[in-house]
Design a protein around this ligand. Structure first.
Ligand code: NAD
Ligand code: TYD
Length: 337
């Protein structure tokens, strides 16, 4: 099978491509990625000489280029997106363009070319905050950030293509991922890399917001399974492995790294910050998935990866885009009022 992966130079996409090529000797991957600030060819430099892999630099909004690739593939796994909640608070325009309009372009093209399978990779954030219990796939969507709203809009579009055209699409909603190759603006890699630099970690608000943490290598195994066995028109939650408050996570990581808790620095809360996410994943488990890694092992392996790949992340942290972003970020209180 030849698969079009969008956003494969990013965190989860690159882990997915590596997984697919190593576990299916008959699969080929073409990776359509614009290479935004979050797209990094180094994430897949080990595949440079792999004849079953190719990267095409393109925007998912570019219908002509998308069409050219769509004609060659049987399946699509769609990761490409603007993904950082904090950036969506500062400027939501690119989120709507890529996440909503970009998904529409892919759906139209895939439908025109008779693609047999389309996996749309989405997030638990579309459900909004869940003070108690677990979000189920049929729950109403109540997104609270511009990022989550743009993802919810794309989920609705995908569903409408199944209902209206019988287009064989599946939606996946995963919880917060962590693991190798995650851009160091997200909580876990920011915490780990700042700790290695003996820099404080900015903890938003009281730090009691709860997230459901999923190791990226368990996520990509779930996506592989859904690509093979997921039923068209269905939504699958992916997660339910380890729930904890941000403060607890920060303490655990610093303890494992042998760094002092004084590195945790409370900063003003993110506007619209969701208090808790929690997923019910019975449907995915019924399909045959269970996590392979314990949270503790996954966290230790991730720390080791960032310790052994300092040149990968220090280059990104020195980048102009990263610096400019952090100059703006903590002006939220001004931005939001
Ligand atoms: P990422 O930010 O690391 O990577 C996004 C990739 O998409 C980059 O390689 C970027 O260059 C590419 N891209 C962005 N805009 C593009 C465009 N217009 N055309 C082509 N390529 C474009 O993201 P990630 O964390 O790997 O997330 C991947 C997907 O998984 C996203 O759809 C995200 O919403 C979803 N998701 C992520 C998480 C998480 O914890 N990271 C959790 C749940 C769902
Ligand atoms: P993040 O990785 O941005 O994922 P999301 O907002 O999509 O859940 O953040 C995870 C949690 O950590 C979230 O509750 C916000 C919090 N957080 C901080 O406290 N400080 C930070 O610097 C970042 C980036 C996040």
């Amino acid at each position: 099978m030849k698969i079009l992966v969008t956003g494969g130079l990013g965190f989860i996409g690159s882990n997915f491509i590596r997984h697919i090529l190593s576990s299916h000797s008959d699969h080929q991957v073409v990776n359509l990625d614009k290479k935004t600030y979050a797209g990094n060819p180094e994430n897949l430099k080990d595949l440079k000489k792999n004849s079953r892999y190719a990267w095409v630099r393109a925007d998912i909004l570019d219908r002509k280029k998308v069409d050219r690739l769509m004609g060659q593939v049987q399946a699509v796994v769609h990761f490409a997106a603007q993904t950082h909640v904090d950036r969506s608070i500062l400027d939501s325009g690119e989120f709507v363009r890529t996440n909503v309009l970009g998904t529409q372009v892919l759906l139209e093209s895939a439908r025109a070319y008779g693609v047999k399978r389309f996996v749309h990779v989405s997030t638990d954030e579309v459900y909004g905050s869940k003070p108690e219990g677990e979000s189920k796939e049929e729950d109403m969507l109540l997104p609270n950030s511009p990022y989550a709203a743009s993802k919810a809009a794309s989920d609705h579009l995908v569903r409408s293509y199944f209902v209206t055209y019988g287009f064989p699409a599946v939606v996946t909603r995963s919880s917060n991922n962590f693991g190798p190759y995650q851009y160091p603006e997200k909580a876990v890699p920011l915490l780990m890399t700042n700790a290695m630099q003996d820099k404080p970690y900015p903890l938003y608000g009281d730090g009691l917001q709860v997230r459901d943490w999923l190791y990226v290598l368990d996520h990509v195994r779930a996506l592989d399974l859904i690509l093979e066995k997921g039923r068209p028109g269905e939504i699958y939650n992916i997660g339910g492995t380890h729930s904890c408050a941000n403060l607890e996570l920060a303490r655990q990581v610093l303890r494992l790294m042998g760094k002092p808790e004084t590195l945790i620095q409370k900063v003003p809360d993110r506007p619209g910050h969701d208090r808790r996410y929690a997923l019910n994943c019975d449907k995915l488990r019924a399909l045959g998935w269970k996590p392979e890694f314990s949270f503790d092992k996954a966290l230790r392996d991730t720390i080791t990866w960032y310790q052994q790949n300092k040149s990968w992340w220090s280059k990104l942290k020195k980048d102009k885009d990263y610096q400019t972003y952090y100059e703006k970020q903590y002006k939220w209180t001004v931005v939001s009022r």
